[in-house]
Design a protein around this ligand. Structure first.
Ligand code: ARG
Length: 458
C-alpha cells in the first residue's frame, strides 16, 4: 500500500512490531461503516463518480459479510484493519477501490474507527450498569427492613438495613453512568477529513460524514483530530472509578459470605468448590471482580504513559492505545455482569445479620442521643456517660439492653426505663429517618424511586 519508494520488504521483526491487525481487526465494523460514509460523501461532492461509489459500497458490504462469517483472510503483511479491508476491496472491485483513500489518511481513519468502537462500548456499559442498578434496587426493596451491622473501621458501628447498604452501590453506579455519558458527549465528534494531519485540499463535506456516522459535528482542528486520545483516556478513567466501586462490593461479598460472618449465601451459580476441602464454597467470582480492577487501572496508566509528552500530531506510539483498552473494557463489562448475577442470587441470612447487628454495643449512639434528647445533656457529656455504661456492660458481659436499670442509674440517676425503647436494633434503624438515612421507610422510598427511574429510562 505504501511500497512506492521502497526497494526491500520490511524485515520479519519489523513486520511483527509494526502490525496491529492481530488486535485492530476488532474495529472492522466501524472501519467499514466509516469507509462507506466517506465514499458516499466523495460521490456527493463530485470527487469520485457515483458509479465508483456504488461499487465501493457494494464491495465493502461483501467484506463485512465475509468477516462476519469468519471467511475473511487477515494478512499481517497488510499491517492493520484499514489496509486489509482496502486490499480485499481491490480484489473484489478492481481499480475503483484505489479511489476510496482520496482525501483521507489512516490517521483520521483510525481515530474515527476507534471513537465509533468506544461509543458502542459506552452504550453497552450503560445498559449493563442499569441492569446492575436494577437488581440492587430490587434486592434493596426486598430487604428494606433487614437489619445488619453498619461498619466503620470494619468495627460494628451502628445498625443499618441491608437495603440501605445495597442502595449505596446504586448511587455509585449512577455516578459511573454519568461519567460514561459525559465521556460519550465529548467523544462524539468526527475526526474524519483531518486526513494525515493538516486537512485536505479536496472539497469534502465533513459535516456530511459526521452526520452519517452519528457524530454531533466534525472536530474543529485537524491536528487535534488525529493526535487526540482523550476519548480513550477518559473512558478508562471512568472505568477505573467504576472498577473501584465494583471491587468494594466484591470485597464485601467475600467477607459476608465467609462462614465466620455468614451474612449471605452465594448461589451455587456463583460459588466454586475446592478440589481438596469438601466443605468449601468459595466466592471466586467476587474475588475475580476485585482483582480485575487491577487490569483496568493498568490500562489507564499504560495509555497515560504512552501519550505523555507525545508531540503533535499522529505518532505510531498511539497504536498502543488499543490492546489495553480492549482488555480493560472487556474486563469491566464482565465484572458488571458477574456482579449483577451475584447480587440477583444473593441470599442474606437475616437471622445472623440481626444477631450481629446488635453486637459490639452498636446502639450506644442511640443511648447517647436519648440522654441528649430526654435529659438535655450536652452531646459530649452524653458520650462520656454512655462510654461508662458500655464499660459496665463489657464487664458484665451483656449487651446494653440487658443491663438492669439500677446499673444504668448508678452512672446517671435520671435515666428511666423508657431508655430501653431506643436500645434495640430495630428502633435504632427506624429512628434514622432523616433524608438519606437507613430507616426502612426511607430505604423503601429510595428503592422504589430508583426502580421507577430505571424503568422509565430503559
Ligand atoms: N494501525 C495504526 C494505528 O492503530 C493506524 C494508523 C497508521 N498510521 C500511520 N501513519 N502509519 O494507529
Amino acid at each position: 500500500m505504501w511500497g512506492g519508494r521502497f526497494r526491500l520488504q520490511p524485515g520479519a521483526v519489523m513486520a511483527q512490531i509494526n502490525a496491529s491487525i492481530g488486535f485492530d481487526r476488532r474495529l472492522y465494523r466501524q472501519d467499514i461503516a466509516a469507509s462507506k460514509a466517506h465514499a458516499a460523501m466523495l460521490a456527493k461532492t463530485g470527487i469520485i463518480t457515483a458509479q465508483d461509489a456504488k461499487s465501493i459500497a457494494r464491495g465493502l458490504d461483501t467484506i463485512l459479510a465475509e468477516i462476519d462469517a469468519g471467511k475473511f483472510v487477515f494478512k499481517r503483511a497488510l499491517e492493520d484493519i484499514h489496509m486489509n479491508v482496502e486490499s480485499r476491496l481491490a480484489e473484489l472491485i478492481g481499480p475503483a477501490a484505489g479511489r476510496l483513500h482520496t482525501a483521507r489518511s489512516r490517521n483520521d481513519q483510525v481515530a474515527t474507527d476507534f471513537r465509533l468502537w468506544i461509543r458502542d462500548w459506552l452504550d453497552g456499559i450503560d445498559a449493563a450498569l442499569a441492569a446492575y442498578q436494577r437488581v440492587l434496587a430490587e434486592k434493596a426493596l426486598q430487604h428494606a427492613a433487614t437489619v445488619m451491622p453498619g461498619f466503620t473501621h470494619l468495627q460494628p458501628a451502628q445498625p443499618v438495613t441491608f437495603g440501605h447498604h445495597l442502595l449505596a452501590y446504586v448511587e455509585m453506579a449512577a455516578r459511573d453512568r454519568g461519567r460514561f455519558s459525559d465521556a460519550r458527549k465529548r467523544l462524539n465528534e468526527s475526526p474524519l477529513g483531518a486526513a494525515a494531519l493538516a486537512g485536505t485540499s479536496f472539497p469534502i463535506d465533513r459535516a456530511m460524514t459526521a452526520k452519517a456516522l452519528g457524530f454531533a459535528r466534525p472536530m474543529a482542528n485537524s491536528l487535534d483530530a488525529v493526535a487526540d486520545r482523550d476519548f480513550v483516556l477518559e473512558t478508562l478513567a471512568a472505568c477505573a472509578i467504576a472498577a473501584v466501586h465494583l471491587s468494594r462490593l466484591a470485597e464485601e461479598i467475600v467477607i459476608w459470605s465467609s462462614p465466620l460472618f455468614g451474612f449471605v449465601r452465594l448461589s451455587d451459580r456463583f460459588a466454586t468448590g475446592s478440589s481438596i476441602m469438601p466443605q468449601k464454597r468459595n466466592p471466586d467470582a467476587a474475588e475475580l471482580v476485585r482483582a480485575k480492577s487491577g487490569r483496568v487501572f493498568g490500562a489507564l496508566m499504560a495509555l497515560l504513559a504512552v501519550m505523555k509528552g507525545l508531540p503533535l500530531a499522529y505518532q505510531k506510539d498511539m497504536q498502543e492505545d488499543k490492546e489495553g483498552a480492549f482488555d480493560a473494557l472487556g474486563a469491566l463489562v464482565l465484572s458488571v455482569d458477574a456482579m449483577t448475577g451475584m447480587v440477583r442470587d444473593l441470599a442474606p441470612d437475616a437471622t445472623r445479620m440481626r444477631r450481629a447487628a446488635g453486637e459490639g454495643f452498636s446502639t450506644a449512639t442511640d443511648l447517647a442521643d436519648w440522654l441528649v434528647r430526654t435529659l438535655k445533656l450536652p452531646f459530649r457529656e452524653a458520650h462520656r456517660v454512655t462510654g461508662r455504661i458500655v464499660a459496665k456492660a463489657t464487664d458484665a458481659g451483656v449487651p446494653l439492653e440487658k443491663l438492669p436499670l439500677e446499673a444504668l442509674r448508678s452512672i446517671e440517676p435520671r435515666i428511666t426505663k423508657a431508655v430501653f425503647g431506643v436500645l434495640s436494633v430495630d428502633s435504632s434503624v427506624k429512628s434514622r429517618a432523616v433524608y438519606g438515612g437507613t430507616a426502612p421507610h426511607r430505604v423503601r422510598a429510595q428503592a422504589k424511586a430508583w426502580l421507577r427511574k430505571l424503568s422509565e429510562t430503559a
